[in-house]
Write a protein that binds this ligand. Structure first.
Ligand code: FEO
Length: 394
């Protein structure tokens, strides 16, 4: 199934409606797509990215359906296999095609797919262009969104920017374009949280550089194509900015109800004070939801019982995830209960060296919460209100 992006750009990518996990880690509640595009110039034809190797057959069928008899260039923006994995089969179909990419990506592609050889490649540098006749492609290096070799391609005449993972979303939908903006926003934010958030600084640099280009359409390699580039560029600028929101994320687990009682009281107290609270019971929450909530929350409070002298493994997982995703969170605390002692707090603290947060006094209690413990939770809630106030959050 092929679709027209514009007069000379055809979508030959593939929807993956059923996929529910990426990297054996990231939940995909709405599936995903591996977008690939044919650009037809008057002299030459380029293919922008390929698809996951599980979908190679569909890609090749789509290329045939588009009536393509020759591909001169396979533009490879990123070596990860969901975009590169079909390159060897495309080369079997079009042996004269050159894989056009940067030196770092070339090296990674050869590492990942040893059937690729040096002479399959045409290496380009940042700012280089290639001509398809009446159309010209400019390569814009955008490292660390989210691997070191990532880059974009700008189709000058059509003002289309191809961004691969950058600005994309894990979303399978029948529409080629981003029509249902609230749904696309949600999927793109979740995608940003899971993939891009650790690279905020790079993302801000790339967003700034892209202001030099007149962009009328953004065609990522996952999710719908944006006819309103401002929609996704503004969203990224907001997510990647230093601004946090008057929100507290509370990932928690409770084994016998004590930590749950603390969380319920604490969440209610914050709500009374007008703070948006997002509690996540980690026995039921998918980590994508948690990651998305961490994109702009000012504070994270872990609700953690003690298991075998340490933190509950589900909370340890959440802490490890937060440390890897490096949200811009400003404050962090821990509430929870223990039965007979332990080193839960020490072990959790050691797990989050990447988080540049001010740690607010934790509330760790013995057994079921008593009156004094409830008061301590109220003090923590009040402290959070005050700290958010210092940031001007309302
Ligand atoms: Fe969609 Fe980093 O691959």
């Amino acid at each position: 199934m092929i679709r027209s992006v514009s007069k000379d750009v055809v979508s030959v990518g593939v929807l993956d409606w059923d996929r529910r996990l990426f990297d054996e880690l990231i939940p995909l509640p709405k599936g995903t797509s591996y977008n690939s595009y044919i650009i037809k110039g008057s002299a030459k034809t380029a293919l922008i990215d390929t698809v996951d190797p599980t979908k190679t057959g569909e890609l090749l069928d789509n290329i045939r359906e588009a009536g393509i008899k020759q591909i001169d260039y396979i533009i490879s923006h990123h070596a990860e296999q969901d975009h590169s994995g079909s390159i060897p089969k495309v080369l079997e179909m079009f042996p004269a095609a050159k894989v056009v990419t940067n030196a770092r990506c070339k090296s990674m592609l050869i590492d990942l797919m040893p059937s690729l050889k040096e002479d399959n490649f045409q290496v380009i540098n940042d700012g280089d262009t290639i001509s398809l006749g009446n159309k010209n492609l400019e390569f814009i290096f955008a490292p660390w969104v989210h691997w070191p070799e990532t880059m974009c391609t700008y189709l000058k005449e059509d003002k289309v920017l191809f961004t691969c993972d950058f600005l994309g979303s894990h979303l399978a939908q029948s529409e080629l374009f981003a029509v249902d903006e609230p749904m696309v926003y949600e999927s793109a934010k979740r995608y940003y949280a899971e993939i891009m958030m650790p690279f905020r600084t790079s993302i801000n640099t790339h967003l700034e550089r892209l202001k030099e280009y007149q962009i009328e359409m953004i065609a990522p390699s996952h999710g719908p194509v944006y006819k309103k580039p401002k929609f996704i560029m503004d969203a990224y600028a907001d997510w990647a900015s230093d601004k946090v929101k008057n929100e507290v994320v509370v990932p928690f687990v409770s084994m016998h109800g004590s930590t749950r009682k603390m969380v319920d009281h604490f969440v209610g107290k914050l709500m009374e004070k007008g703070i948006i609270v997002k509690p996540f019971n980690l026995t039921q929450t998918d980590i994508g939801q948690l990651a998305e909530a961490m994109v702009d929350a000012a504070t994270i409070v872990l609700g953690c019982p003690t298991v075998l002298v340490g933190p509950h493994p589900s909370i340890a997982h959440a802490a490890f995830l937060a440390n890897a995703l490096r949200p811009k969170t400003r404050f962090l605390s821990v509430i929870g209960s223990f039965g007979w002692g332990g080193k839960m707090l020490d072990q959790l603290s050691a797990m989050i060296p990447n988080l540049k947060v001010e740690v607010l006094s934790p509330v760790i209690i013995k057994g079921f919460p008593k009156e004094a413990d409830i008061k301590a939770l109220d003090v923590l809630a009040e402290t959070i209100v005050t700290k958010h106030g210092t940031l001007g959050l309302k």
